[in-house]
Design a protein around this ligand. Structure first.
Ligand SMILES: [Zn+2]
Length: 257
């Protein structure tokens, strides 16, 4: 299986691609999510294939059941393998993970949503966050940053952040109910909206998540943003918005042994 590599000598991190793998039809080829209706055996083969390509066996990975929540959970050594061969019961409704363990791969599924991978070289912590528009509105990134800063004492100025492929602003149109949900946000979201008419706007989801990182002190130059949009290349990317029935990518991060 092929994957986008985020380079760092202390890390293994990346985003899986769809162009190679064992899934067929709407899920072709490299789908790694079982809950979308794909054949489970193909999904497991893809996960094993990816684990082999990455160089860390599948029983050292953790696949949570994401639900557009704003929940962050710490992953310990005894959790490794959770959710890899069957849906995780322990990490249900968990959209963000962090760990202090090496050689333990944190992962989040996505197809259009924003995957955000964080490394603190100072405290030796990695985190993986799934932020679709619901999570972005719930400010999951701000909340994760607050926990990492207050509880885990990460040094924000040293953080490295990788943002994987997701929807660009042009391909993320939102309507009045979503715009109304944004009224609960703790900061002014208007710089990230371009109105088409009174009740429809294009949402800069990446920009809004970057704002949540920068507002907590992450230097802009430490944030690497993958330039591709998942809507625009159906050979390499799944797009839920475009295809409805489709596979999922996984974005993942681990500290090397
Ligand atoms: Zn786009």
């Amino acid at each position: 299986m092929r994957w986008i590599v985020y380079e760092n000598n202390e890390l293994v991190a990346g985003t899986s691609l769809r162009d190679e793998g064992f899934s067929t039809d709407a899920f072709a080829c490299g789908n790694v999510a079982a809950y979308v209706g794909d054949d489970e055996a193909s999904v497991i083969r893809n996960r094993k294939d990816l684990a082999e390509a990455v160089g860390i066996p599948l029983d050292h990975w953790v696949y949570p059941q994401i639900t557009h929540s704003d929940i962050l959970v710490e992953v310990k050594r005894q959790d490794q393998g959770e959710g890899t061969l069957s849906a995780s019961l322990k990490f249900q409704g968990v959209d963000a993970l962090y760990t202090k363990e090496r050689d333990l791969v944190l992962s989040v599924f996505h197809a259009d949503c924003t995957p955000i991978l964080i490394h603190c070289p100072k405290t030796k912590i990695v985190a993986a966050i799934h932020a679709g528009w619901p999570g972005t509105i719930k400010e999951i990134v701000s909340k994760c940053m607050d926990t990492l800063i207050e509880k885990e004492k990460v040094e924000v100025s040293t953080l490295r952040v990788y943002i994987g492929p997701c929807l660009c602003q042009e391909h993320l149109e939102i309507d009045r109910p979503v715009l109304d949900k944004m009224k609960t946000m703790t900061f002014d979201v208007s710089p990230f909206l371009r109105y088409r008419d009174l009740d429809h706007a294009y949402f800069d989801m990446v920009g809004c998540n970057v704002h949540q990182l920068v507002s907590r002190g992450v230097p802009m130059e430490n944030i690497e943003i993958h330039p591709e949009c998942t809507y625009e290349d159906p050979l390499r990317f799944y797009s839920y918005r475009k295809e409805k029935v489709t596979g999922r990518h996984v974005s993942f991060i681990a500290m090397k042994k």
